[in-house]
Design a binder for this molecule. Structure first.
Ligand SMILES: [Zn+2]
Length: 286
């Protein structure tokens, strides 16, 4: 018996290692996410969108693959869409799409990169954290967070201006599945970004970009996932390796196939609610 326990402990430690190799140095105070505490059915968050230097849109676009890794939904940075580089997950998607099989085409959808918006902001409830980044999904039905903010820009002008801008209040509720959702977004009266010069200087001069915060996973990590395996951090090799035995590629397709249904549901939920109970994942850089 103790042997089994030993191997479980070893496995646990190894998985923890794999996680830590990512989380090392991650400053969680840099991620903004909407979240209701357990037991609360409503609430609100007040934010101030940071101005952009060159008059560009404050809403930057990024792409991530949303895939289950070791039973947990992860957002995996897409190098192809974000940087024009090679992305093993986009490659699998293209491969599956090109076989001519309807079934493969269906499976390919779960490997499709999804568009997100990222905006730099101040969390009024946690100003001491400085600038934060909020990533939220594009909603094809026009019911996402961006769709709720655009009308405010249209009506009130550039609400990101440090002097003539406005705070935004995100009204939170829960959807049928009890996930936190943004019910509505309202703008406050015109106000200064801050009256505190030290804060103002720090916030305005902060050059952090979303790519510094939502970091790309190593290519080898994505390759293992593209093969249908679970990556674990190998301390000895100092790199990610597939967990357990080497899987056959054909078999890995079968494995992912069984996930298709769950996956579809997940995507719908995300599109509808902007933020779900996967908030823990949302706080992670991936
Ligand atoms: Zn990709």
């Amino acid at each position: 018996m103790s042997n089994i326990l030993d191997s479980i402990r070893a496995q646990y430690e190894q998985n923890k290692q794999g996680q830590q190799s990512f989380d090392n140095g991650t400053d969680f105070s840099k991620y903004f996410a909407v979240r209701l505490e357990e037991g609360d059915d409503s609430g609100e968050s007040t934010i101030r969108l940071m101005p952009t230097k060159d008059g560009a849109s404050p809403f930057e676009e990024g792409h991530w693959h949303s895939i289950q890794v070791g039973g947990k939904w992860r957002k995996l940075y897409c190098r192809k869409h974000n940087d024009g580089e090679h992305c093993p997950l986009c490659e699998i998607e293209a491969e599956l799409k090109s076989t001519g099989s309807e079934e493969d085409k269906k499976i390919s959808k779960q490997f499709k990169a999804k568009k997100f918006y990222i905006v730099k902001l101040i969390d009024r409830d946690n100003e001491q954290d400085g600038v934060k980044f909020w990533r939220f999904p594009h909603n094809w039905k026009g019911e996402g967070a961006l769709d709720k903010m655009i009308p405010i820009f249209t009506k009130k002008g550039d609400i990101t201006l440090p002097r003539e801008g406005r705070d935004l209040v995100l009204i939170l509720g829960r959807d049928d599945r009890k996930y936190t959702k943004i019910t509505s977004i309202m703008s406050e009266d015109v106000s200064l970004l801050t009256e505190d010069t030290t804060k103002a200087k720090a916030w305005i001069s902060d050059t952090t970009t979303w790519k510094d915060i939502y970091k790309a996973q190593p290519v080898e990590y994505l390759e293992i996932i593209a093969n249908g395996d679970t990556p674990v951090w190998d301390k000895g090799l100092q790199k990610f390796v597939a967990k357990g035995e080497e899987g056959e590629v054909e078999f890995s397709y079968n494995k992912t196939e069984t996930k298709t249904e769950t996956k579809t549901e997940e995507v719908t939920t995300e599109a509808e609610t902007t933020t779900t109970s996967k908030n823990n994942d949302d706080e992670l850089p991936f």
